[in-house]
Design a protein. Structure first.
Length: 129
């Protein structure tokens, strides 16, 4: 899908939200992610089987966010789908900063203490993996 397609989807679903710009952020096996108006991020699952995991993320992030050091998406809109887009998609205000890269991941992994670091986190202790 191209930028015009996503512009039309967002504009049709949210007619009071004028779409001035849409910029590609990422695409992987699961989702296509676009930034709209330099203010909001829209994530579009690429396959129906991704939706249950996204729904879990929508439920867990507000619970986990207070215990995390990084800012997490605050889902401002959860669109169940319809004729303009056949499936659920989400939007949240853009989080300032730079996207994480492989280099960031590599340098951050040197600070990790591994899975045991979660042992003292009450929110994580009650969750099944």
């Amino acid at each position: 899908m191209d930028a015009d397609y996503y512009r039309r989807v967002v504009q049709t679903c949210f007619p009071r939200f004028p779409v001035r710009t849409t910029v590609f952020l990422a695409e992987d096996w699961d989702s296509t992610v676009r930034e709209v108006n330099n203010s909001h991020v829209f994530s579009f699952p690429r396959r129906p089987e991704i939706v249950p995991g996204l729904l879990k993320e929508i439920g867990l992030l507000p619970v986990l966010a207070p215990a995390l050091l990084l800012r997490m998406p605050n889902f401002a809109c959860i669109r169940p789908g319809g004729p303009e887009y056949n499936g659920l998609f989400v939007s949240y205000p853009r989080i300032p900063g730079q996207p994480m890269t492989r280099e960031h991941e590599a340098s951050a992994s040197s600070f990790s203490t591994g899975p045991r670091q979660w042992a003292n986190c009450p929110q994580m202790a009650s969750m099944a993996c």
